[in-house]
Design a protein around this ligand. Structure first.
Ligand code: HEC
Ligand code: HEC
Ligand code: HEC
Ligand code: HEC
Ligand code: HEC
Ligand code: HEC
Length: 278
């Protein structure tokens, strides 16, 4: 790189720019076979999929709210919450308020003190009357001991994968039976006809095609969670899959890396692949 040692500052800058560009291309371009690596998920699987809800709660008592996917997804399908109840697929985007909860929307669709789950009423969400109420079970990011459900205890009997619970196996073995219907909120539908599985061909020869299971995904997600927002059903619109877009939270990365198994679990999607990238 004699150019980079050139006494001319412009020459040196040009040279740096050239190598920076090369690095950029190597890191991002799929054609080179190199990619960005996804961020590792949190050390504790109990923190994976945790959403801190804090659009309005911080300045007032009782403070921010914790929502854990691991607990709720062991009981309900993604579709029930994200389609029937209508929660956004993005943290703090649903405009949840104490008042909407009280009116029976958002968390209040279940947490109303009356709806039964496994024979017991689900504890109520926000009300004006704090006495004797269980505000801290939700408004509890830093309040130790205010929660009744503990990740280790709840997941002890569930099969584990390379990172935390293997939800696919837990469901297949019948250890969890996520509920897909909420009286008064969901509409009765004819059973959905699943679409055939298909393989996603890589642009690179050495990357094996990925088998995508419509059937397995529809079980959790219905159809509406993916179509048409994440994936158009018209192939002509052309989804151009790439690992970089996944890492940026598009396509598969809309769920994998946030709530479904993380993108670092390469072999989860790429059949004979490395097991765990840093
Ligand atoms: C009990 C209801 C419930 C269930 C079940 C549920 N979610 Fe969520 N999900 C939420 C709520 C609430 C949020 C936060 C929305 C907001 O803040 O506006 C959320 C947020 C998300 C986000 C965005 C996270 C982020 O950090 O930006 C993703 C992705 C997501 N959910 C995927 C899933 C998937 C996949 C499943 C099924 C495996 C699932 N959810 C099951 C209620 C649920
Ligand atoms: C589809 C129904 C449903 C929705 C919607 C829902 N939850 Fe839950 N949630 C449950 C059930 C069922 C439990 C277990 C309740 C019990 O044992 O009383 C639970 C438990 C919890 C717990 C555990 C408390 C503890 O003591 O460990 C927290 C925290 C919680 N929910 C927060 C939320 C928040 C925040 C929202 C809204 C963003 C929400 N939930 C929306 C059904 C739901
Ligand atoms: C099931 C979970 C849950 C429980 C239990 C709960 N809340 Fe909330 N609360 C929420 C969520 C979610 C928000 C919205 C957080 C945000 O984005 O700022 C919220 C927001 C609030 C706010 C912020 C003001 C506003 O307009 O949104 C207040 C005040 C509040 N809750 C009071 C209470 C009180 C008092 C209790 C106990 C009687 C309680 N909450 C119990 C989930 C809960
Ligand atoms: C949630 C599924 C999923 C996971 C997990 C995953 N990938 Fe991918 N990957 C894809 C999809 C979809 C494509 C695009 C189609 C294709 O090339 O096969 C892709 C493409 C690629 C490509 C080809 C270049 C490109 O951008 O199209 C490489 C290289 C790659 N992935 C490496 C990895 C590595 C390394 C890991 C682990 C750190 C990983 N992938 C984890 C789904 C995944
Ligand atoms: C987890 C996400 C996901 C879920 C859930 C899902 N799909 Fe798909 N679907 C895809 C992807 C990815 C493609 C391919 C898009 C492409 O390559 O352009 C696709 C393609 C399709 C196509 C076009 C097929 C073709 O060959 O052109 C149809 C039709 C379709 N899906 C219907 C459904 C129906 C019906 C359901 C519910 C039973 C469903 N999908 C559930 C992700 C999903
Ligand atoms: C709407 C959310 C969502 C999207 C988008 C999504 N997945 Fe998944 N996927 C899930 C959930 C939920 C599971 C269940 C396992 C878990 O949560 O770890 C799953 C499981 C899987 C599995 C294991 C199931 C099996 O077939 O054995 C594979 C492989 C997979 N996804 C690949 C992909 C690929 C490739 C894409 C993109 C083309 C994708 N997923 C897009 C939510 C999603």
């Amino acid at each position: 790189m004699p150019m980079c040692l050139s006494p001319s500052r412009t020459r040196r800058n040009e040279c740096r720019l050239f190598f920076a560009l090369c690095a950029f291309v190597i890191l991002t371009a799929s054609g080179s076979g190199q990619i960005y690596l996804p961020q590792p998920p949190p050390k504790q699987p109990s923190d994976y999929g945790k959403v801190i809800l804090d659009n309005h709660a911080s300045p007032v008592n009782p403070g921010p709210v914790v929502f854990d996917h691991w607990l709720h997804r062991s009981k309900f399908t993604c579709r029930l919450c994200h389609v029937d109840i209508g929660f956004a697929m993005q943290a703090n985007a649903s405009e949840i308020r104490a008042s909407t909860n009280r009116q029976g929307f958002h968390c209040g669709a279940c947490h109303d003190g009356k709806r039964l789950f496994e024979g017991r009423p689900i504890f109520a969400s926000c009300s004006d009357d704090i006495k004797g109420k269980e505000c801290n079970r939700c408004h509890s990011p830093d309040k130790h001991g205010s929660r009744q459900y503990d990740y280790k205890a709840v997941t002890a009997r569930l099969p584990k994968g390379i990172y935390g619970v293997d939800w696919q196996a837990a469901e297949a073995e019948g250890k969890i039976k996520p509920v897909d219907f909420l009286e008064g909120i969901s509409v009765k539908r004819a059973p959905i006809k699943t679409q055939p599985d298909f393989s996603i061909q890589a642009g690179l020869q050495w990357v094996h095609p990925i088998v995508f299971s419509h059937e397995k995904h529809s079980l959790w997600n219905g159809c509406e969670l993916c179509h048409p927002e994440i994936f158009p059903t018209d192939r002509k619109e052309g989804v151009r899959f790439s690992m970089l877009l996944n890492i940026r939270g598009r396509y598969c990365g809309a769920c994998h890396g946030k709530v479904a198994f993380p993108l670092n679990n390469c072999s989860g999607c790429h059949p004979p692949g490395p097991d765990w990238a840093p």
